[in-house]
Design a protein. Structure first.
Length: 146
């Protein structure tokens, strides 16, 4: 899956990278992820946050610069498509340097993580999840590992 960052918790443990990757804006769907590393990073960087959630609950435990959009993702997408004169997804746009930095950090961290887990002989929860991700066929619709 292109542009999927699955190792953000490890990436953000590197202070230099965490500083370079500080966002100006975050668009979040639903509740805050449970990663302590991510929460600490967001609290430190204080980006403008847009939270998409139809419930109207306060989903900003960090009490930052937040705007709650009380709408479902589907309804928001329909609204945006209706306002667009030419609804299309254009994947031909060049990647921003910010996206490129995230993708490079993901690739490096993923390669290092895969190498480390491949060399480990003892089984533990993280190794089992990694083994499953290496063994299951791609795009298995019934299994989601993060």
């Amino acid at each position: 899956m292109p542009n999927l960052i699955s190792t953000y918790d490890l990436i953000l443990r590197n202070p230099t990278l965490a500083e370079k990757l500080a966002p100006e804006t975050v668009i979040r769907i639903g509740e805050m992820p449970t990663s302590k590393q991510l929460r600490t990073w967001l609290a430190a960087t204080q980006p403008r946050q847009w939270i998409i959630d139809p419930s109207g609950r306060n989903l900003d435990p960090l009490h930052g610069k937040t705007t709650h959009l009380q709408i479902s993702v589907e309804a928001l997408a329909q609204t945006l498509l209706a306002q667009s004169s030419e609804p299309k997804l254009d994947n031909s746009l060049p990647a921003s340097s910010y996206l490129s930095l995230w993708c490079a950090a993901e690739e490096h961290t993923r390669r290092s993580l895969d190498q480390t887990l491949n060399q480990m002989t003892e089984l533990f929860e993280g190794k089992v999840a990694w083994l499953l991700s290496q063994s299951l066929p791609p795009r298995n619709p019934t299994v989601y590992l993060q």
